[in-house]
Write a protein that binds this ligand. Structure first.
Ligand SMILES: Nc1nc2c(ncn2[C@@H]2O[C@H](COP(=O)(O)OP(=O)(O)OP(=O)(O)O)[C@@H](O)[C@H]2O)c(=O)[nH]1
Ligand SMILES: [Mg+2]
Length: 262
């Protein structure tokens, strides 16, 4: 069983990707189990096979315990840990080739507290697990935002300790998808999204940083080197247009195989 945790900041497209990717995978005759692990979600673009809201409801916790929306999400994830065996049993009962787990957008819950990694590791046990970390293309059109999102992605990767693939989603909003072939599309993205310059193997860190008018300090140069050593250029996708999903799955298979080799 392949278990893909779909993570990323709020609004990056996790739920829509869960929907689009499941339809795409099913076209190849593989079965998919869609898991909503966000107790605070309201409308979803897919019908979940397993749903955290069956066990815990963030809205109900807000009212019952007088919590604000963020506190209620943290409390509901804490409560969810009590049901991890039930959720895992439901997932196993799906008997699916792929399990897509739609995570909450509040990364603090997933990556910076104890329960997120525990919950994910318990669910992932016994399967080929990987994290797809989504970044909204519109948010990496500046070098400084590419830095902050990459730092977020890296800390999520180290905290979760699972193989991770980075994907830039919503590319339909930054390039005209009908105007470019695959190779040209990559060139265009390199031109419009500094994150590709930052992570590509071309050019030296100091000149790339300077060319984008970013603060050229020894720390920003060292960070650039660290990003290049630890993160591959992100897979460009559009969850809305179902673009790039073949490359995304190929990349997931790559990182899972590399992780297994140790
Ligand atoms: N144009 C475009 N819009 C997208 C794409 N992916 C998602 N969206 C839109 O972005 C908005 C947020 O998408 P969601 O799938 O709800 O994002 P999310 O990461 O699940 O959000 P939270 O669960 O609130 O963190 C919705 O309006 C989606 O339709 C995409 O590839 N292209
Ligand atoms: Mg969502």
């Amino acid at each position: 069983m392949n278990m893909l945790f779909i993570a990323g900041p709020a609004g990056s497209g996790k739920s829509l990707l869960t929907s689009t990717l499941s339809t795409w995978i099913e076209r190849f005759e593989y079965s998919v189990c869609k898991v909503n692990l966000d107790p605070a979600s309201e409308l979803l673009p897919y019908v979940p096979d397993v749903d955290a809201r069956r066990y815990v409801n963030a809205r109900e916790l807000m009212i019952r315990r007088g919590l604000g929306p963020n506190g209620a999400l943290l409390a509901s994830m804490d409560e969810l840990l009590n049901y991890v065996v039930d959720i895992k049993t439901e997932i196993e009962d799906c008997r699916a080739d792929y399990v897509l787990v739609d995570l909450p957008g509040q990364l603090e819950v997933i990556a910076f507290r104890l329960l997120g990694p525990r919950l994910l590791h318990e669910l992932a046990e016994g399967s080929n697990a990987a994290v797809i970390f989504l970044i909204d293309a519109r948010l990496v059109s500046k070098m400084y935002s590419a830095y902050s999102l990459l730092l977020l992605a890296l800390s999520t990767m180290y905290r979760l300790n699972l193989p991770m693939v980075l994907a830039v989603n919503k590319i339909d909003l930054v390039v005209d998808l009908t105007a470019y072939s695959d190779r040209k599309l990559y060139e265009k993205l390199y031109e419009v999204l500094p994150i590709y310059k930052l992570l590509s193997e071309y050019g030296e860190c100091p000149s790339i940083i300077a060319s984008e008018g970013f603060l050229s300090t020894s720390i920003s140069i060292q960070l650039c080197e660290i990003f290049r050593q630890s993160i591959k250029p992100p897979t460009p996708i559009s969850a809305r247009e179902a673009v790039g999903l073949d490359s995304l799955i190929a990349e997931v298979e790559n990182v899972v195989a590399t992780y297994k080799e140790g």
